[in-house]
Design a binder for this molecule. Structure first.
Ligand code: PLP
Length: 430
């Protein structure tokens, strides 16, 4: 008997490992089918000689304990509502339930009455149209950037689009609007100056190749002082399609965010198409929304590129439920009841025996950069910050002036007990 054959004989059996109390405990967060899958994968490596027989047990224990989905949920204690590094908008419970329902076979492209193929994502589209007065039709694509390239390609593949120099912006992580639009073969014609662009700058620039006017909301900065820009009310007089990229996905005006454009007002002002993201202030899944004139939306829907940019059934479900269901967390955290929020913060600080400081929350996600949301934070030693990040649940706090500040704005009330446990553990280790 060769050494290799002898080794194979010593490999434990699948059912023995699956019934092993330690293995079951290590894999308690997995289903039994998932545990079996993990055990079988380790045994296969041992049988093929890629894993030493003596290491099998340890490897099985580590494999059954490692989660099938490796993303770690994070409690957001930063006070930044749409946190780019934490996946932007947390979804509403309605959206989460819709995603689970849509994960099975679902009538996303079937008319159950006739038994024939139906238009894809009709209900999500209707929910969007109902939510935005003035939108004749809507199309949902992968994200804001996808919406932008679809609309620009459709309108101006053989020509140029006008864009103010004050709106040639970088959104974040090196993502710039002009190269994105130009990557489609569309030529961007810059008009006006960084701080001032007038209607005449646009009208003087219109030539035989001009197909549309693009208006981009400079989401993450403000130009102040000696400035002029041209709104859709004036741009519509130039006789070309006006596309407004409003960025954040606010559907109606919000008094807390006076400088943030919303879809309904922008359409009323004369934009032919409005483009926005689904996962910023709308508080939904990653998506790009195209809203406006039905002829143009229909043209976008039929464009060959639309197929490459379309969203899956799960996103359609989440978006519809975001619009029709309970208030999304983004909106809740933005409009918190101040007295309740302050009292929650004080109670947590009292229990922990630490202080509270007034602080400023942010909209985040590159939106409403000048808006400061008055809030409160619990003061912890700076050394708590890394311990909180690496603890379970993971907690992200803000480090400011040598202190670790924990803001309850974006922490659901039902997570406060978990949060408190994590903070106590970090205080013990700091
Ligand atoms: C965020 C943003 C985009 C990009 O949207 P994504 O959904 O991230 O692709 C485009 N334009 C503006 C003005 C934005 O604020």
């Amino acid at each position: 008997m060769g050494a290799r054959e002898d080794g194979r004989r010593r490999i434990p059996r699948t059912d023995v490992l699956l019934n092993d109390a330690e293995v079951r405990f290590a894999g308690r967060d997995k289903s039994s089918a998932e545990r079996e899958l993990a055990v079988r994968a380790v045994l296969a490596r041992a049988r093929s000689g890629h894993l030493d027989v003596d290491d099998v047990r340890a490897e099985v224990l580590s494999e059954v304990a490692s989660p099938t989905y490796s993303g770690t949920p994070v409690l957001n204690g930063t006070g930044v509502i749409v946190h780019t590094n934490l996946g932007r908008a947390p979804l509403s419970s309605s959206a989460v339930r819709a995603m689970v329902a849509a994960s099975d076979y679902v009538d996303v492209e079937l008319d159950l009455v006739t038994g024939r193929r139906g238009p894809r994502g009709m209900a999500s589209r209707e929910a969007l149209v109902r939510s935005v007065p003035g939108a004749e039709d809507a199309l949902i694509v992968n994200n804001g950037a996808a919406a932008l390239i679809l609309v620009c390609t459709m309108l101006a593949q053989d020509g140029e689009i006008l864009l103010s120099r004050g709106e040639m912006v970088e959104i974040g992580d090196g993502f710039r609007i002009p190269p994105l639009v130009e990557s489609t073969g569309v030529r961007l014609r810059e008009v006006g100056m960084t701080n001032r662009t007038r209607l005449a700058d646009y009208s003087d620039a219109i030539g035989p190749q001009t197909r549309a006017i693009l208006k981009v909301h400079p989401s993450n900065f403000r130009v102040s002082g000696f400035t002029t820009s041209v709104g859709c009310v004036q741009l519509r007089t130039l006789g070309l399609p006006v596309i407004a990229d409003i960025g954040s996905g606010l559907l109606a005006p919000d008094p807390l965010l006076p400088d943030e454009p919303d879809a309904a007002s922008t359409l009323r002002d004369g934009a032919d198409l409005v483009i926005a993201s689904g996962d910023k202030l709308l508080g939904g899944p990653q998506a790009g929304l195209i809203l406006g004139k039905s002829a143009l939306v229909e043209q976008a829907r039929r464009h060959p590129l639309a197929r490459a940019l379309r969203v899956d059934k799960i996103t359609l479900a989440a978006l519809e439920a975001t619009l029709r269901g309970v208030e999304p967390p983004v909106s809740t955290y933005l409009h918190l009841d101040a007295a309740d929020y302050e009292a929650r913060t004080n109670r947590l600080a009292d229990r922990l025996g630490v202080g509270v400081v007034e602080t400023m929350g942010r909209v985040g996600g590159g939106g409403a950069p000048e808006v400061q949301l008055p809030g409160w934070a619990v003061i912890l030693p700076e050394a708590c910050a890394p311990l909180l990040r690496e603890g379970r649940p993971a907690v992200l706090a803000r480090v400011e002036q040598g202190r670790c500040l924990l803001d309850l704005r974006c922490i659901p009330t039902e997570s406060e007990a978990d949060l408190e446990r994590a903070v106590r553990a970090s205080l013990a280790g700091a």
